[in-house]
Design a protein around this ligand. Structure first.
Ligand SMILES: [Zn+2]
Length: 506
């Protein structure tokens, strides 16, 4: 079955047929940069990250944009409260958002347009809509979209217009023709310093309406026609409904976006996690306690359209699972003496896979990016890898065959490699002493420092099993002198590294 996606516009799962074969133009609504992003944001960006990774894996080229709303009442208010120019405030939270996305291994978008860099496009769009009768400027200098001019207004949210009117009420907008009309441009007083000159009358100054930003950026980047538009379910109305109205009236092309994908909320005790409810956990705070793969795994255990209920127990469960996945991959990576460079070959192989678990994995993704089912396929591949490591751990060819299906699933779902190739984080100064110790113990040299360390630890485990305490103790103290501490438990031996004091000074 080829890729099918659930389209909010038609309320059904549809065969995905982009406007240009094998190419996807995708737009997602990005953050308003006034505060740190929380788990609800992580949910949205991780979901679309997997969508994009999956489509790229399936052979599509994906040209995608994620905008930054860097001027908005929330930003202005926060900046004023803190006596900081709003541009500086927005820049600070843009930077922090980038750090959060990088930490979560969310791939950067092809384009990241900023509202403040598209003011001219926004003003031009307003003018086009005024000229073709889809918008009007009022005496105050506000510009509104005339919803009555578009016969199919409401086609995305599919609610009666009376219901939409209730949802669309915005305080202070008393000069509209209809309550359903919405602001494209908001006039500001003539002494307002955080605004732009505009030809719409009133004070001659103003700021863009939020909905118009996305239409203007899309008009610039994609000529106003998209294959996929994504966002949180809460954006369906009014934001996305209004984007459609603006963009279709501006470009004269329909549909603005062929497929509309919306992700479900993260909930806490059945309430949506949000800034306004104050029940949120920031990505930063969560990353203090859990690694990025744990957060990703927790989110991916739910289909992107379903709600995710946030509980510490569920996150702890995800942490356990991820640790096991990492352990299996680490073992295989060590057995194969893999370094990140070598893995490029595995990616190429993965494209031509007939492996039954990879086939299942791809089928799950083709079914509206069904990540719970994709994870089940990955689990099967991991089980096979674990069995292979036990029975044929010394046979690289066999381990390799069991390893790469796992690797394919793992990377397409966007997990990080940091936990698996931590050998790269060990200082090169350890290479020689470890090589020396390994030679003394009669261990064949390994390619990476960590593989060597792992081999030494295994040698010690064997020595311990043979009650050869002298060798075991010797290894422990030799490693300790290099800053490597061993910890024995019933599950085996783990290590940690801290540069010895003598190496730190000077
Ligand atoms: Zn948007």
């Amino acid at each position: 079955m080829p890729l099918h996606l659930y389209n909010t516009l038609t309320r059904q799962k549809e065969l995905f047929e982009p406007n240009t074969p094998n190419h996807v133009d995708l737009y997602m609504c990005g953050p308003t940069v006034y505060d740190d992003a929380h788990l609800g944001h992580a949910r949205c960006y991780v979901a679309w990250d997997v969508l994009i990774r999956a489509m790229r894996y399936m052979g599509y080229t994906v040209n995608n944009a994620r905008n930054l709303t860097d001027v908005d009442d929330k930003i202005l208010n926060r900046a004023r409260e803190n006596n900081v120019p709003f541009g500086k405030w927005a820049k600070r939270y843009t930077q922090r958002f980038h750090e959060d996305m990088a930490a979560l291994n969310v791939a950067p978008p092809t384009h990241e347009p900023k509202a403040t860099e598209h003011i001219e496009d926004i003003i031009n769009g307003c003018q086009v809509l005024i000229d073709n009768g889809h918008a009007y400027a009022t005496d105050a200098g506000n510009v509104y979209y005339r919803t009555s001019a578009k016969a199919d207004y409401g086609k995305l949210s599919k609610k009666p217009l009376d219901d939409l009117k209730t949802g669309a009420r915005v305080e202070g907008e008393t000069d509209k023709e209809s309550p359903l009309d919405f602001a494209l441009w908001k006039a500001t007083p003539s002494d307002d310093t955080d605004s732009w000159a505009a030809p719409f009358g009133g004070s001659g100054k103003g700021r863009p309406g939020w909905h118009m930003e996305c239409s203007a950026m899309n008009h610039r980047l994609f000529k106003g026609q998209l294959d996929i538009h994504t966002g949180g379910a809460d954006l369906t109305f009014p934001h996305h409904e209004n984007e459609i109205a603006q963009s279709e009236a501006w470009s004269g092309c329909q549909p603005y976006a062929k497929y509309w994908l919306h992700n479900g909320f993260v909930t806490v005790d059945n309430d949506k996690m949000s800034k306004s409810l104050g029940n949120f956990a920031t990505i930063r705070d969560l990353l203090q306690k859990y690694n990025a793969d744990t957060l990703r795994h927790f989110l991916l255990t739910h289909h992107y359209r379903m709600p995710v209920d946030f509980t510490p127990e569920a996150l702890d469960g995800a942490a356990n699972r991820v640790e096991k996945i990492h352990r299996s991959l680490k073992k295989a990576a060590d057995a194969l003496e893999l370094v990140p460079d070598v893995l490029a070959e595995f990616d190429a192989l993965a494209h031509n896979s007939n492996d039954p678990t990879v086939v299942q994995f791809v089928a799950a993704l083709n079914d509206d990016i069904n990540t719970p089912r994709a994870l089940a396929a990955m689990d099967e591949a991991i089980q096979h890898l674990n069995t292979t490591l036990q029975t044929n751990g010394n046979n690289p060819a066999i381990v390799r065959d069991a390893f790469w299906p796992v690797w394919t699933c793992y990377t397409v779902l966007g997990y990080t490699t940091a936990g698996i190739f931590s050998g790269d984080t060990l200082p090169t100064s350890l290479k020689q002493p470890l090589q020396l110790l390994a030679t003394q113990l009669g261990i064949t040299p390994k390619k990476t420092i960590e593989a060597m360390l792992q081999a030494i630890i295994e040698h010690r485990s064997t020595a311990k099993a043979n009650k050869d305490w002298a060798t075991s103790d010797n290894i422990r103290s030799s490693l300790a002198s290099q800053g490597v501490t061993l910890e024995d438990s019933k599950d085996g031996t783990t290590w940690s590294y801290k540069a010895p004091a003598t190496m730190v000074t000077g």
